[in-house]
Design a protein around this ligand. Structure first.
Ligand SMILES: *Cc1c(COP(=O)(O)O)cnc(C)c1O
Length: 367
């Protein structure tokens, strides 16, 4: 429990007082495979060039809140269809918070399949909006009858679909997603945080669905520290959502660094390509390891099930490898841990530590 003094107890919302704080474990000295970060940095020459670009900025000036150059660079490099606008966030987490606030009419509801990304529920609750979680099927696919029933009953203003889903790693069936778009009375956001690893997108389908918006982030492709997310949608929707955005939410350093990264996006694309290759090797090794059941992934992480999730997590940490224990997040995740796809060396260190923890012999570094 976090500390609470008398003043806080008198003035802070009771539900906030009850809330646990967002926990980020200390990763000092550990192989860090818990947060879907890209293990690679920009090459040295590009880092130098970026440093010069940032040094030339007028930090004494506010950002220009239209962010025209950044939006144009995103639209051009990410194939945003003509006629659609962008909403920028300080990470897509902020976009999730802004949308939750924007739809917070009395009696409104936000819906998402579960297990899913934790921020959907957390942001809905902070905005004072009811959150409805609809369980996935045991193979982590969407339960269309359950989704249809929940949509008919709750008439959600907003449905979140992470595609691929976190923490399960799969992309939901496209026909089922299309059906949800058809029956949902409100907005449906396809959260494509892992698009570079899935290599598939709903962005091109924006013109086909009036109630579709697509969200992406720079975080999982190597720029988690930058904090930049964006949402593409119809101009008449984005203009209203944009009123909720703090006017200077994207700072000038982020804006300039993101423009720079987009100019050099081939470098990040190549890193994503390497990670997709590493994902295959990591998945195959996990599938061969006795006592481990990995689930197929289209993201830069792999969910896997073991007999004793908490013990395995602790054994890995004791051997210097930090992953994520998601086993208590949802009943469908019983026994499940989530590992980020790292560099080859990191993946080998993880596999060796896992084999040692589970008491499995053999060489797990030959890929
Ligand atoms: C990581 C993640 C995000 C959040 O990304 P930020 O842009 O870093 O805030 C959003 N959605 C999903 C599904 C994620 O896994």
């Amino acid at each position: 429990m976090s500390a609470t003094n008398d003043l806080a107890r008198r003035i802070v919302r009771p539900d906030v007082l009850e809330m646990p704080a967002y926990q980020v474990p200390d990763a000092t000295g550990l192989v860090k495979l818990d947060a879907m970060e890209n293990p690679y940095r920009l090459p040295e020459s590009l880092r130098d060039e970026l440093g010069r670009r940032l040094a030339a900025l007028d930090l004494n000036r506010y950002p220009v809140p239209s962010y025209t150059a950044l939006k144009a660079a995103i639209a051009a490099t990410q194939q945003v269809p003509a006629g659609f606008d962008l909403l920028l966030g300080n990470g897509s987490d902020e976009i999730i918070a802004m949308l939750s606030q924007a739809v917070a009419r009395p009696g409104a509801c936000i819906l998402a399949p579960m297990p899913g990304f934790v921020m959907y529920a957390a942001s809905a609750r902070l905005a004072g909006v009811e959150f409805v979680g609809v369980p996935l099927k045991s193979d982590f696919s969407l339960d269309l009858p359950a989704m249809s029933a929940a949509i008919a009953r709750h008439k959600p203003a907003l449905v979140w679909l992470a595609w691929p889903n976190n923490p399960t790693g799969n992309c939901f069936d496209e026909a089922v997603v299309a059906e949800i778009l058809r029956i949902a009375p409100g907005l449906v956001v396809l959260d494509e945080a892992y698009q570079p690893f899935a290599q598939d997108s709903w962005l091109g389908r924006l013109p086909e669905h009036d109630n579709l918006a697509v969200m992406r982030t720079a975080s999982k492709v190597g720029l988690a520290g930058l904090r930049l997310g964006w949402l593409a949608g119809a101009p008449g929707l984005v203009a209203q959502l944009d009123k909720v955005r703090p006017p200077y939410n994207v700072n000038v350093l982020t804006e300039a660094a993101a423009c720079f990264a987009l100019e050099h996006h081939a470098v990040l694309d190549a890193q994503a390509d390497r990670l997709r290759g590493a994902r295959r090797g990591l998945y195959d090794a996990l599938a061969r390891m006795p006592g481990v059941q990995p689930f197929p992934s289209r993201a830069n992480f792999i969910l896997f099930r073991v007999e004793d999730a908490a013990g395995t997590f602790a054994g890995l940490k004791g051997r210097g490898v930090l992953i994520k224990d998601v086993s208590r997040q949802h009943p469908l995740l019983a026994g499940c841990l989530r590992v980020t796809v790292g560099s080859l060396d990191e993946n080998r260190a993880f596999l060796q530590a896992l084999a040692a923890t589970l008491g499995v012999s053999g060489d797990w570094t030959d890929f």
